[in-house]
Design a protein around this ligand. Structure first.
Ligand SMILES: [Zn+2]
Length: 285
């Protein structure tokens, strides 16, 4: 039987957790081969505790945090594209010459095509067009992954990058707006500060619609792994982190369903698949 393979194309260490983490862990447990391409080392991220890192060491620390999470989830290999975290829109980090948003598109797409042709995954996963909450790097990796998905199987494109291979499906993990409202309601029950959620109303028009998905995955079997992998990212999610204010059992409950939208091949929104590989043929690679 052909091995199920998934390639994740993401921007920062920790992008692998919230949307697809539990699903990835389930496939890994079932024997799938999972590889992750990460565009940056999250150089513009938080440093929750100065004892963990400083701005100079943060890239190495976040690389280790990602490797910790990858091992926890069962991701077999992680490669970095080597660009710099561009930071949030409008910050000075956007101007850095090596910022991912300033990267040459052909160069990024070529790296992704080379990876797709080497790994030969049936399923590729990347961000939806708004990147969850509008992070510029999430939006950029979305576009480059789409371009690479279109070119990977093209017999006329860069044969020096490997034998052409067309992945069969491209999915977006969807973190539903409802999740944040459920989290807000739960935090209110505990009398916690919920001012952070004011942003939800501001960007709601651009957020992916909650009812637009094709696969729902119950990850109750791997929610522990997801939470453990989440905890690997210590610089990002310290004790004061917004994501750690609720008791872990409540967070685990809020996080135990994952949603995916099928981006390629294009499909009707009403299409419901049992899982990411449902109905796929498995040609010999
Ligand atoms: Zn990110």
């Amino acid at each position: 039987m052909t091995t199920q393979k998934i390639l994740l194309c993401l921007a920062h260490p920790d992008d692998e957790i919230l949307g697809p983490g539990g699903t990835i862990a389930q496939y890994a447990e079932d024997g799938a081969y999972i590889e992750l391409v990460c565009a940056t080392r999250g150089e513009a991220g938080e440093i929750a505790d100065p004892a963990l890192a400083n701005p100079e060491t943060l890239p190495q620390v976040r690389e280790r945090e990602l490797l910790c999470a990858a091992e926890t989830l069962g991701i077999r290999k992680v490669t970095f594209l080597g660009y710099r975290d561009s930071g949030m829109a409008g910050t000075p980090q956007n101007e850095h010459p090596n910022a991912f948003i300033n990267a040459d598109a052909d160069e990024v797409v070529a790296q992704l095509v080379a990876t797709m042709r080497r790994v030969r995954p049936q399923v590729v996963i990347t961000f939806e067009p708004f990147g969850g909450y509008g992070h510029p790097d999430h939006i950029v990796i979305h576009h480059h992954t789409h371009a690479a998905f279109e070119k990977a199987g093209d017999e006329g494109y860069r044969l020096d990058l490997g034998r052409p291979y067309q992945p069969q499906r491209l999915f977006y993990p969807i973190v539903r707006t409802a999740f944040f409202y459920e989290m807000k309601a739960k935090m209110e029950q505990y009398g916690l500060d919920t001012s952070f959620f004011a942003d939800l109303e501001v960007d709601s028009r651009e957020r992916w619609p909650d009812d637009k998905y094709n696969v729902v995955v119950n990850i109750s079997d791997t929610i522990r792994r997801k939470m453990t992998a989440f905890a690997c990212h210590r610089t990002q999610f310290g004790p004061d982190s917004f994501f750690r204010r609720l008791p872990e059992a409540d967070m685990a409950q809020l996080l135990q369903t994952e949603y995916f939208a099928l981006a390629r091949p294009e499909s009707a929104n009403g299409l419901r698949l049992e899982n990411l590989f449902d109905g796929l043929e498995f040609p010999v690679n």
